[in-house]
Design a protein around this ligand. Structure first.
Ligand code: GLN
Length: 551
């Protein structure tokens, strides 16, 4: 029988609930337990796939093609467990399931209501990961939003019922709150936490553990006070201090004995946690011996959450090279216009050691991306293109190397005489937006003797996708003559998955999203080699400037 941990958040949003859940999962896994994390989001979209990255940050894609909340990315990175579509639930999905049943007449004439029908469906989903896999020891369910929101009430009610129905030692409630520091008073304040716990208790949920986010240390007195007012033992009140790297959080919780008390409360007897590997990772992240600067040329640059997995992939990829990867965010529209000539681009990219073009949708900012790619190609700056980044690389090379005037993508220039990127065959005629792209893991064959092969060290790989458009095979021959190597193809040879320029120190573009599979202990091979190449570029540019100074 599995154990169930419920994690709610109070006071304000954006407290890092996802990272806290992922950290708990990490610690339990380090104790040899089989852990699954899931996220329940109270909004009405059926899944986040149709939501703008400006609203919701990155859409994380799983192997099975589920389009998920970005917290599932944290879960996978911290626990190294591949999740599935059952691990992300929204109110929209709950209602979709219930209303489909209702239309089929499955409720046999009964009135369909929030209690019991919505709450029953939520309870079924709490249990589902454990039912599908009897090996699972612990299911951690994170409830999105903040306690007190109207939308999250059915989820909290379902948790209340679930806890009532299960033996006491099988469920635990962890509440994450904020203990703000008021500079004018020179004090931390516990009142918001007291109010938030009161709100949770008024719904019928007494938290068993509190995790208090704080920028300052929370002393014993404050913890005792919080415990007293929130009806908790003082050693069940934990401090979650701001840290330099989120990967420190499992270690910080362990130092406070969190995993021991959590396992005690759940009646779980486990081995001592093996945290040696994780400690090494954290040590490497906190103690780099150098820095390389990588430009990320995208259009959602004001909201870093839109590129969460890319940011994390760079943290992982820095580890084997002992460097910190500093990300320089460049809005692609700032690289457009008549005044952005070669000289201006050289200025903008003067202290940059690599250029990455991430995925994206729509026509805004495309000319700027094309300019950045031309700069990387002509100046031998390491380049990695992801999804839309590959499509822009095809456009740039099509126009400037192959000589296809006005080469473009059918997505943003349908009138182009040379659609080097066009709609995939299976996408024609699809009108619905939700869940209809080419999604999830697909196998890819790698060409031996390619740069891609030297990165992966494998001829067969699997990567996750999320796109509608693809390279137009009609043009492959012309690109190959111009020096492009299509170094990764779908097994049937019909879809280009990777392209590269063998004459360039590192110019690789991929139709999939490698960032979704990078893990701290296993940096993604393309990111790892891209950063390695940026390190070499940095060293050679240093040598050149020393030579220049000497002359
Ligand atoms: N908009 C492009 C497509 O649909 C690229 C998508 C992406 O970058 N994820 O094919």
């Amino acid at each position: 029988m599995a154990k169930f941990i419920f994690v709610t958040g109070g006071v304000v949003s954006a407290l890092g609930k996802g990272i806290s859940c992922a950290s708990m999962g990490n610690l339990l896994k380090a104790r040899g337990l089989n852990v699954i994390l899931q996220k329940f989001d109270p909004y009405l979209n059926v899944d986040p796939g149709t939501m703008s990255p400006f609203q919701h940050g990155e859409v994380f894609v799983l192997d099975d093609g589920a389009e998920c909340d970005l917290d599932l990315g944290h879960y996978e990175r911290f626990t190294d467990v591949n999740l599935s579509q059952i691990n992300n639930l929204t109110s929209g999905r709950v209602y979709e399931t219930i209303l489909t049943k209702e239309r089929k007449g499955e409720y046999l004439g009964r009135t369909v209501q929030v209690i019991p029908h919505v709450t029953d469906e939520i309870k079924r989903r709490i249990m589902l990961p454990a039912l599908e896999n009897p090996q699972v020891d612990v299911v951690i369910t994170e409830i999105g939003g903040t306690v007190g929101d109207i939308e999250s009430l059915p989820f909290l009610e379902a948790i209340r019922q679930f806890r009532l129905e299960q033996p006491r030692e099988d469920t635990v409630s962890v509440h994450l709150t904020l203990v703000p520091y008021i500079a004018a008073a020179g004090e931390i304040k516990t009142k918001p936490t007291q109010h938030s716990v009161r709100e949770l208790r008024s719904i019928g949920i007494q938290p068993d553990f509190l995790m208090c986010r704080s920028e300052r240390p929370i002393g014993g007195d404050a913890r005792r006070k919080i415990g007293l007012f929130c009806n908790l033992d003082v050693d069940h009140v934990f401090e979650a201090r701001d840290v330099e790297s989120v990967y420190q959080i499992p270690l910080n919780l362990h130092e406070q004995n969190f995993d021991v008390l959590l396992c005690d409360r759940l009646g779980l007897e486990t081995e001592l946690p093996d945290l040696a590997e994780w400690e090494k990772i954290v040590h490497a992240i906190l103690n780099p011996t150098g820095t390389v600067r990588i430009a990320i040329v995208g259009k959602y640059t004001e909201l870093k959450d839109a590129y969460k997995s890319i940011i994390e992939s760079f943290i992982h990829a820095g580890i084997p090279h002992h460097v910190k990867v500093e990300q320089v965010w460049i809005d692609s529209e700032s690289l457009e216009g008549d005044d952005v000539g070669d000289r201006r681009l050289a200025e903008i990219f003067s202290d940059i050691h690599g250029i990455l073009i991430p995925g994206g949708f729509g026509d805004r900012g495309i000319p700027g991306k094309v300019n950045a790619i031309r700069f990387a190609r002509e100046n031998k700056v390491p380049f990695l293109g992801i999804c839309l980044g590959l499509q822009c690389a095809m456009i740039e090379i099509g126009r400037d190397v192959v000589g296809l005037e006005m080469a473009g993508s059918a997505e943003f220039t349908p009138e182009t005489p040379h659609p080097v990127i066009h709609l995939m065959e299976e996408q024609r005629g699809i009108a619905n937006m939700g869940g209809t792209m080419r999604l999830g893991a697909y196998p890819c064959h790698i060409v031996p003797d390619s740069r891609a092969f030297s990165c992966y060290g494998d001829l067969e790989i699997s990567e996750r996708h999320r796109h509608r458009y693809e390279v137009n095979n009609k043009y492959l021959g012309q690109f190959e003559k111009a020096g492009v190597l299509f170094s990764g193809m779908s097994p049937d040879g019909q879809l280009v998955e990777i392209m590269e320029l063998p004459e360039h120190p590192f110019f690789i573009a991929v139709q999939f999203h490698p960032e979704l599979k990078s893990r701290p202990g296993r940096p993604h091979p393309l990111f790892r080699e891209f950063v390695g190449s940026a390190v070499s570029h940095f060293s050679s540019s240093q040598e050149k400037s020393v030579d220049r100074a000497a002359n």
